[in-house]
Design a protein around this ligand. Structure first.
Ligand code: CA
Length: 229
């Protein structure tokens, strides 16, 4: 089983912490609640979380002080911090970001927005971690172990086909033009013809086999997409 990303919630209001925790659990995160700065520091010393949600106004040390300290410390400097606060002034927001926060969300916030922000900082901070396993319908791809599985059957793909599928599966249902794919999958497409994409899509479909191959769709006049149907 994959490890659930841990989110340290530093918040002195139990009702807010509880609301956030419940929503995080439902969305596949592992919330850890710290009611004050001392508890937060102890949690951080014990296990490094994947993200920190940090309230600005805390009894004792403020969220701003904590953010500055954690950013300065080698062990915690790369952990994304999202500041939670009722302060909405531009000056305060700048102060939060200056202290090393990755993002800032004003109370009251929607939990949906908070979750979106958490996912965004995780993507920005650790793209390789985030890119672990992608699943579309019965097809799943694990970038870490380099495996592609369809209906529990492992499939063999060449390196370019693997990269191409990985990219398409990361954005399911979205149509990508040939030039976009060259740019994202091949990197530098100056000397590569767009027809190259067609060749690799054909190979990809063959490698995926009859059923899974259908998931790589041609969208006439636009490009290609991966779809779950
Ligand atoms: Ca507070």
């Amino acid at each position: 089983m994959r490890r659930l990303p841990g989110v340290l919630i530093v918040e002195d209001e139990p009702a807010i912490a509880e609301l956030i925790s419940v929503n995080l659990k439902h969305s596949g995160f592992r919330p850890i609640w710290a009611i004050d700065s001392a508890t937060a520091q102890a949690e951080l010393d014990a296990v490094l979380p994947d993200v920190i949600l940090l309230d600005w106004m805390l009894p004792g040390e403020s969220g701003l002080t904590l953010a500055k300290r954690w950013r300065a410390h080698p062990r915690s400097k790369d952990v994304p911090i999202i500041m939670l606060t009722a302060r909405t002034d531009e000056v305060d927001r700048v102060a939060g970001l200056d202290a090393g926060a990755d993002d800032y969300i004003a109370k009251p916030f929607s939990t949906k927005e908070l979750l979106a922000r958490i996912r965004a900082v995780l993507r920005r901070r650790a793209p390789e971690q985030d890119a672990g396993v992608v699943t579309v319908g019965a097809l799943s791809l694990d970038a870490a172990t380099y495996r592609v599985v369809y209906r529990d059957q492992p499939l063999k793909l060449g390196p370019t086909e693997f990269k191409l599928l990985h990219y398409l599966m990361t954005y399911p249902e979205r149509v990508h033009s040939r030039s976009q794919l060259l740019d994202k999958v091949w990197g530098d497409h100056v000397f590569i013809e767009e027809r190259t994409v067609d060749v690799h899509v054909k190979r990809l479909r063959e490698a995926l086999g009859l059923d899974a191959g259908l998931m790589v769709e041609t969208v006439r006049g636009a490009g290609y997409r991966v779809t779950s149907v």
